[in-house]
Design a protein around this ligand. Structure first.
Ligand code: NAG
Ligand code: NAG
Ligand code: NAG
Ligand code: NAG
Ligand code: NAG
Ligand code: NAG
Ligand code: NAG
Ligand code: NAG
Ligand code: NAG
Length: 507
């Protein structure tokens, strides 16, 4: 795998390069340029000029040549050995070359544009880095204006590479105004995040980091995408107003295929943390998402119009839905197939939701969702399916299964709501829900109404299966109950509370 490092890494001061190579006192070169030819040099002096002269002669020689540097310790302020040269050169290092102690400049010894160079010897290149290390804060401070350019250049190089490649972002905190990483490209890319990328604090625009039209991307790393959302949240009213100004979504994955995102953290997004659109075979593993409980619209991972999306072993604590599938302020319509969510812990937040279906006219059906072995803690909902009444068009949501789920103090653990909206609830939803199951769901409810299955007036369920539900309520607002409307679930196993035990009371 070839490695393309962002160019600022090259700025890192050359520290200490030790050459431990077998000595070859002899050379098969036709001509030898020993140092004494260039004057009497003594240990401790600067031999920059001598080196430069010897190189010039060797480089212009029409026969293969050798340069010998003698034993001893010599200072070299800077050495640039540049071709093209006429013939092969052996560069034999006998002694120690010392860099200056001062920390200015980017280059010490450079070999450039040379064909058939042999660099050998027992000598030492001593970078004298000690004094510089204290002052080397490139890992902390990079001119913030520089980074996006650097990142985009690195992306461009990786994108055009014909071999699989990797981009490394070093440790440190970097501000990135916007990052667009768009394919298509030639070969797989690893994008490895070592540091923290910070969004600008300003609240304009709706994209921050976007990956688009890429096949075989691996995004991984231990550190953080920081959305700097705090100031923006006050102004985020898109949950109230349909056409309000858009705020930055931290990470967008648009039309990404056969790819993996692992280990990353997203903090304090201004709007959604992660938005997945039109992707196919994308896995999120070991993702950590956090924003305060009161931050508006900070959905953890929102998925729309995608196939085969897997989310595993992740932790999501946020102000809105932990994982959501469906429509919203941003994308128009959805087709989400084979979405699998396993080993995920959510909370605080609004839970796992297939949501707001039926709001727009051009929606695609939702089909094939499995939510398994997840834990919800202190969320306002557990698992829910919600559709708008007075739907813009008819559509379907089918094959959705929720199993092995633990609820800890969740306000509405199980919820189907086909009357969800700030609109006319009298006109029934035209979204047909079918083949839904809730199985092995246990834990505690923060309200007495633990299970609510409210379906559309004129579309009866094909089948809703409920088995082994064991929920408790320990509060003082009554005993635990369940409400249903227009649905007769197929029940098996434990029933705590008894399913459809209470009459549905219209709000
Ligand atoms: C090397 O060969 C070229 C072309 O034959 C000639 O012009 C040049 O002077 C030669 N250089 C030396 C150092 O002899
Ligand atoms: C990659 O391969 C294509 C087609 O073989 C070629 O045109 C292109 O120059 C190559 N790119 C690089 C960076 O080598
Ligand atoms: C994803 O991988 C599959 C199987 O390797 C391949 O057929 C498909 O073309 C890939 N998708 C894209 C968009 O390259
Ligand atoms: C799906 O993507 C993964 C990489 O995350 C890849 O290993 C796998 O081959 C892809 N599957 C298909 C069918 O392309
Ligand atoms: C679906 O995703 C899983 C997990 O990444 C992968 O193993 C499988 O190959 C994918 N299938 C297709 C058809 O892309
Ligand atoms: C869930 O976690 C368990 C235990 O760590 C592991 O065996 C299982 O493979 C995980 N499931 C998925 C789909 O990653
Ligand atoms: C369920 O997920 C948790 C992590 O959330 C994991 O520790 C546990 O092993 C998983 N259990 C199974 C059976 O996959
Ligand atoms: C749930 O929320 C309450 C009140 O904010 C808090 O005291 C408690 O620690 C939370 N529980 C867990 C498990 O995080
Ligand atoms: C349960 O959730 C409610 C509402 O979110 C909260 O007020 C309460 O403190 C939580 N209780 C515990 C024990 O975490």
């Amino acid at each position: 795998m070839s490695t393309i490092k962002s160019s600022f890494l090259a700025a890192t001061i050359l520290m200490l390069l030790l050459l431990v190579v077998t000595v070859d006192a002899q050379s098969s070169a036709d001509v030898v340029f020993p140092f004494k030819r260039y004057g009497n040099i003594v240990s401790g002096t600067d031999i920059r000029k001598t080196l430069a002269n010897a190189w010039k002669d060797a480089c212009t020689s029409n026969r293969s040549s050798a340069i010998f540097t003698p034993r001893g310790i010599f200072k070299v302020k800077q050495g640039k050995f540049e071709g093209p040269c006429n013939s092969p050169i052996d560069f034999q290092l006998g002694g120690t070359l010392q860099a200056p102690k001062s920390v200015q400049g980017y280059n010490w010894i450079t070999f450039a544009r040379v064909d058939r160079l042999t660099l050998l010897g027992e000598g030492v290149f001593h970078g004298q880095g000690k004094a510089a290390w204290k002052r080397n804060d490139c890992h902390k401070r990079i001119n913030s204006a520089q980074l996006p350019v650097t990142l985009e250049n690195a992306w461009k190089d990786a994108c055009t590479s014909n071999r699989s490649s990797a981009i490394f972002i070093p440790r440190g905190i970097f501000t990135v105004k916007q990052g667009n990483f768009e394919g298509p490209y030639n070969s797989p890319i690893d994008f490895q995040l070592g540091g923290t990328l910070q969004a600008p604090k300003s609240v304009q625009g709706d994209n921050w980091i976007t990956f688009a039209r890429v096949d075989r991307l691996t995004l991984l790393g231990e550190e953080v995408f920081h959305g700097q959302g705090k100031a923006a949240w006050k102004r985020n009213d898109c949950h109230k107003r349909r056409n309000s100004a858009q705020l930055l979504v931290s990470l967008r994955f648009n039309f990404i295929t056969n790819s993996t995102v692992k280990g990353i953290t997203s903090l304090d997004s201004k709007n959604f943390h992660i938005n997945v659109l039109g992707c196919n075979n994308l896995t999120f593993h070991n993702i950590n998402i956090a924003a305060p409980e009161k931050s508006p619209n900070t959905d953890g991972i929102h998925i729309g119009r995608s196939n085969n999306i897997t989310i595993t072993k992740s932790k999501i604590a946020t102000g809105d839905d932990c994982i959501s599938l469906g429509d919203d302020c941003i994308s128009l319509g959805d087709e989400s197939k084979l979405i699998e969510v396993t080993n995920v812990t959510c909370g605080p937040g609004h839970g796992i939701s297939i949501r707001s279906l039926g709001r727009y006219t051009n929606e695609e059906p939702v089909e094939g969702v499995i939510v398994k072995n997840c834990t919800l803690v202190n969320t306002t909902n557990g698992v829910r399916i919600k559709t708008w009444p007075a739907s813009a068009a008819s559509s379907t949501a089918t094959n959705m299964h929720f199993l092995d789920i633990i609820m800890v103090n969740v306000s509405n653990p199980i919820l189907i709501d086909q009357e969800y909206c700030p609109c006319n609830r009298q006109i029934p939803s035209k979204i047909k829900i079918s083949t839904v199951s809730f199985k092995n769901i246990r834990g505690s409810s923060a309200t007495p109404l633990a299970i609510k299955l409210i379906c559309s007036h004129h579309l009866l369920y094909d089948d809703v299966k409920v088995s082994n539900l064991d929920l408790t309520y320990n509060g003082i607002k009554g005993s635990i109950c369940s409400q249903c409307s227009n649905v007769k679930p197929i029940i098996s196993g434990k029933q705590n509370p008894k399913i459809c035990s209470s009459p549905y009371v219209v709000r």
